[in-house]
Structures are given as C-alpha cells and as structure tokens.
Design a protein around this ligand. Sequence first.
Ligand code: DAH
Length: 335
Amino acid sequence: MTTSTLTQIESDLQTLQQEAEEAIATVGDLDELDKLRVSFLGKKGKLSQILRGMGKLSAEERPKVGAVANQVKEGLQGQLEGKLNELQQAKIAAQLKAETLDVTMPGVGRPLGHKHPLQSAIDRVLDIFVGLGYTVAEGPQVESDYYNFEALNTPPDHPARDMQDTFYLPGDRLLRTHTSSVQIRHMENNEPPIRIVAPGRVYRRDTVDATHSAVFHQIEILAIDKKINFGDLKGTLKAFFQELMGEDTDVLLRASYFPFTEPSAEFDVKWRGKWLEMGGCGMVDPNVLKAVGYDPEVYSGFAAGFGAERIAMVLHKLDDIRHLYNSDMRFLSQF
Ligand code: DAH
C-alpha cells in the first residue's frame, strides 16, 4: 500500500514546489512575500500538511521522502530569501527616487528680519554723535535715588521731583526716570574731557496715550571740558539735527528749568516748516560737577536729553507712540 502513498507524497511535494516557485516569482511586495512563506513553509503550512502523510510510510521510505522534502524546503527558502532581497532593494530604490531633491525647484521664501524702527532711530542718533567724537555710555535701569536725583542736584524735598513721577522699588531703589543718571555714573569713573552719548530705557508713572508711555527711551549727551560754553551746546545740537533731518533744519532754545543745568533750556527743532519740541538741555550745574569731584572753576560742560520715540515718530511720521510697542507685523514690515 505504501508505494502509492510514497508516489502521492512525492508528487504532492513536486506540485507544492512548482506552485510556490510561481507564487514567489510573481509576488510584488514584502507583506505578500511573508504571507507566502507562512502559507508554504509555516508550521501549519502546506509543506507540513503534506509531511503529515509520512506517518503512513515504511521505515525505509521515510528517509527518502524526508530528503526530498528537505530539498524542496531549502530550495524554497533560498528563493524566498532571494525575493526578499530583491523587494527590499526595490523599496529602497523607490524611496530614493521619491525623495530626490530637485535643486532647480523654486525655494520657499523666508523673510529676513530687520531692525525695529525705534532701534534704527537710536542707532542713527548714536552714529551721528560717534561721528562728532562722542563715546556710547550706558547705565542700569534699576537705579538708586542718588544717581537718579540727588547727585543731579535734586535733593529729596526738591519740587522738581514732581516733574517726573517715579516708580519706586523696595529699598533705596527706583526705575530710572531719565538717562541723566548715566552722566553721574560716567563722570564718577572718568576724568574730563568727556563726550558721551547715552541711550536707554526709562520709566515714568504716565498714563499711556498717543504721545505718552510709561516705558520709553531717551538719549542723553554730555560734554565736559575746559572752556565749554552755551554756544557749543547750541552748535552741537544744530549740527546733530541737521545731520539727522537735513541741512535746512533749525534749532531754537527756550529758557526753562532743570535742577541739573544752569542755565537750562528746552529745545525745539524746525523741520519741514514746523517747530517740534524735542528735549531739554543746559550747562551742567556746578553742584553736579562737585558731586562727582570735578572742580567747577576749571571745568564746565553741557548736557541734553531727548526722547528716542519722538525722533522715530518724527522721522517716520507716526501719529501714535503705541505703534512702536505693539509688535504688529503690518506696521513693522513697512520699515
Ligand atoms: N532729564 C531730563 C528729562 O528727562 C531731560 C534733560 C534736560 C536732560 C536737561 C539733560 C538736560 O541732560 O541738560 O526730562
């Protein structure tokens, strides 16, 4: 009886081999290939099913069939592996092709940032003063009463303190109300001659509106030397504003009062036919020179301070200071 079983198994193995070879040859993707492997060679696969019939074979026949079965199995394993390699290579090749970078394609535009209009106004001012021989100086925004007021000839009960409503901090500290404090800090550490331009952020208890902000920026200048006079002050302001705003710009000084200058003035700038209030200035008060250890009999000097926002607003014809703080790209991208 076993002879026919033997031939049956052998022919089944042959059929299986053919069927599997055809299937492997035509499969086109890795998942399908794995399903084929399982269905032919897996534990419950077709090969195992055929070999279950071996139980009916005689002891001499079994090894024969076993050898054939092994041959078929190894052959198929080899083909599966070959196909696996082939499909993996094809997958990589397809991926590479899909990811090819076409360097001739138009790029994505990434807009370059640029300076904020307030900063560029400050930088222009600094450039002009540096051109006139000034050095840029800076000081802290959190100040002591001494640097912000006292050394600037403004003692505690001085009425001029009301001119600048101050944010006080715990201890003897405050947010500086003007950049004039930098004058004192610089003179304390340097000997005349002095020419500095000091830009910086200042703070006042102001209600915010189109022309006021509780936080804003000032630019301060200070010149100390032997024989500096009021004419030097006016000449410097005029040279500066003509450089900033054009040759036909004029400067007018109006008598005023500041504790740290004597005489003091406010200055207006005539630009395009209109007079614009710009800032304060004056000859440095002898008490200020004394506070930093300079001899007022030997040295004199002038100082001036003005708002940076004001400059930016005039140059760019802005009607509201708040535009400069809102970070609105529709506004900022115009500059
Ligand atoms: N510090 C003054 C203010 O904030 C402005 C000022 C006036 C500065 C006269 C000066 C000056 O240097 O001489 O209102």
